[in-house]
Ligand binder design. Sequence first.
Ligand SMILES: [Zn+2]
Length: 325
Amino acid sequence: MLINKELAIHIVRLPLPFALNHINCYAIQGKDGWWLIDVGLNTESSRKVWLQFLLDNDIKGSDIKGIYITHAHPDHFAAAGWLQEISGAPVYISAQDSKSMSEIWNGSGKWITVEVTNQLNRNGMPPELIFKATRDIIPMVLSTQPHPALSIIEPGEVVQFGDFQYTTVFTPGHSDGHMCFFNQEHGFLFSGDHLLETISPNISLWPNGELDPLANFLESLNSNRCLSCKSVLPAHGAPFSNMELRISELEAHHHERLRLIKDSTRKESTQKSLTVYEICGQLFGQELNEFDLRFAMTETLAHLMYLVYRGEMEVKEHNGINLFV
Ligand SMILES: [Zn+2]
């Protein structure tokens, strides 16, 4: 669907088999061809939508000049290998997320399953729940094959989408190397998962990732304030215009969560050491399915480590389990 005629921006909405049931990919037309931003899962239903889009717009594989990936999560990049095969187009991603692609997503999935299992174990999650919460990792890793050959984009680099120039904006937090793309002249920001209108992007501590992803995210949000952005084009949900307001809402959401976490161990003037699993239960309740619970655990851990690094909480190990106070 054409959403901006002047910049020739089309939304290509692909289905996702999760609670989050779609991803917005973008295709931009120029006089020399087409450029894509994010490409969805490599499933039959995704490929079908792409093939229909190419057909409807009379696009040959060789018309695709570049594929840009905002970050290395499968719903954003997994179809890139297939699209590169049919187009020969270069696939661009940040250096940090290229590393995650090769370390996490381009293997058998066993190494990352063991790492996540150990991380959840150390943080008090019951073993039977860990088994259920990690059993989707190997199939998800395998579903991202074949991987494309990757080219690296640097923060601040100027890239061409269609007939207009965009600057890559480094926005780590949701992933270590998340990138947005900003057209200064028209105030358009392709925000990936960094800024979504109604969802707070998951900020997780990954076993091999940045040590303080929440600090990175809050810094990225704050630095976005200097963009004079008129329209945010996100990877999930509808485009929106009031970026400043959304930044303030997300900041308030995380500061409130940090406050709740600090309060969770300080009840009735006594201090009680708690595991991440116990604090996560207080924050998110007991109703989450095991997959959502895994992301809730790693998000709670990211918040706890933010507080530890700022001297507002402490962590100590007891019998192989981390206890926070
Ligand atoms: Zn993501």
